[in-house]
Design a binder for this molecule. Structure first.
Ligand SMILES: *Cc1c(COP(=O)(O)O)cnc(C)c1O
Length: 383
């Protein structure tokens, strides 16, 4: 049915009507006082969301652009980097590093399993000459629905002295990412994930320690030169023409987030993750990520004896709900349900109901109708 599409993918995520309406306004000049006022307000809101006093810079880029900026501004050709790799995005950051001539060492875990912080500790302790210049970790690995223990890994990085660069693209706005408390040096994210915005903006938060590295970093940079963004941010403007309507939208989205409050936002994502996971278990659908390692933004499901794509296709065609498939070797083997950003408890019940209908249609073995919705409702009521 036209105009009824419900996005339950891990980005782009649903956008509230007030935010969509902000996008429909006439653009304004980015060198105007009006724009500067908006810029000052949104930067303040972004610092609140990152729980930081550090600079948070805004780029016209997707999350990958923000992460690329967060890597290339602080390193020099040949520098050694330690990259956590347990999914598509961890692999991507290793590729970005290789593209820029960095020397990559990976800490890996099987897709669906969390990274082991002890492996980071061992690699960092062995590096007595302090040749490792940065550690790059994906907090919420969207391709598998696994939440990595960024806090513990970061505590080991602090003792070593390397920069801690975090991909918080699907954790920021879903769970607490206290940049200052966790000693994160660079945090990258993108508007179409936990921000309740369409795609288009990338965000990079930068610590004083990272700025010190910036001063002598020699990788080439121009459009993504974060020093330019910092300099202009001090005057409440941007070095290049920003998507000004996205700034209007960001202003509204941050206002909504502040009204809800950080603790409530995190609790909502936690509750919806619990409900989604409980429902899958009750329906006999195995979860890819073990209990305790589930991402509050996305749940990956690996059905047995039925094709994941068949379930996804029924849900999409009959109920206008978009869920995501698997990536790379997990393609066709899993489906992923996003519960990130502007998602209400009702959306979870709707998605689980649609999954129940799909399982009934496919005569999924062992599935008892009603069990998924019952389990989800119970978990939602428990808070
Ligand atoms: C979506 C996503 C990104 C960025 O992807 P873009 O398509 O470049 O916005 C990076 N990391 C994770 C974990 C993501 O989910």
């Amino acid at each position: 049915m036209d105009d009824k599409l419900m996005l339950m993918i891990p980005g782009p995520t649903p956008v509230p009507e007030q935010v969509l309406l902000a996008l429909a306004k006439h653009p304004i000049g980015h060198r105007s006082g009006d724009f500067s006022q908006i810029m000052a307000e949104v930067v303040d809101g972004l610092k609140w969301l990152h729980q930081t006093q550090n600079d948070v810079l805004i780029l016209a880029a997707s999350g990958t652009g923000a992460m690329e900026a967060g890597i290339i501004n602080f390193l020099s050709p040949g520098d050694r980097v330690l990259v956590g790799s347990n999914g598509k995005f961890g692999e991507r950051w290793a590729e970005v590093c290789q593209a820029y001539g960095l020397t990559v060492e990976s800490v890996t875990a099987e897709w669906g399993k969390p990274l082991d912080p002890e492996q980071f500790r061992t690699a960092l302790e062995a590096d007595t000459a302090q040749q490792i210049k940065a550690v790059i970790v994906t907090h919420s690995e969207t391709s598998t629905g696994v939440l990595n223990d960024l806090q513990t890994i970061s505590s080991f990085v602090k003792g070593h002295g390397a920069l801690m660069i975090a991909d918080a693209v699907t954790s920021l706005g879903a769970t607490s990412v206290p940049m200052d408390e966790w000693n994160l040096d660079v945090v990258g994210s993108g508007s179409q994930k936990g921000f309740m915005l369409p795609p288009g903006l990338g965000f990079v938060a930068v610590s004083p320690k990272a700025w010190a590295a910036y001063a002598h970093a020699k990788l080439p940079r121009y459009y993504l030169d974060l020093g330019k963004y910092r300099k202009d941010a001090a005057k409440n403007t941007t070095p290049f023409t920003p998507p000004v309507n996205m700034f209007f939208a960001l202003q509204v989205a941050l206002k909504m987030m502040r009204a809800e409050g950080l603790e409530n936002i995190f609790a909502r994502h936690q509750r919806q993750m619990n409900a989604t996971r409980a429902a899958m278990k009750a329906m006999g659908l195995p979860l890819l990520a073990a209990d305790g390692y589930g991402s509050p933004a996305i749940t990956a499901v690996a059905p047995i004896n039925v094709e994941a794509e068949k379930i996804r296709s029924i849900v999409r065609k009959r109920f206008d709900i978009a869920m995501a498939g698997g990536q790379d070797h997990l393609s066709g083997k899993i489906f992923r349900v996003g519960h990130l950003g502007f998602v209400s408890d009702r959306d979870i019940l709707t998605a689980i109901s649609a999954l129940e209908a799909a399982l009934q249609e496919l005569s999924y073995e062992g599935f008892v109708p009603g069990t998924g919705v019952t389990a989800a409702a119970k978990a939602l009521a428990a808070g």
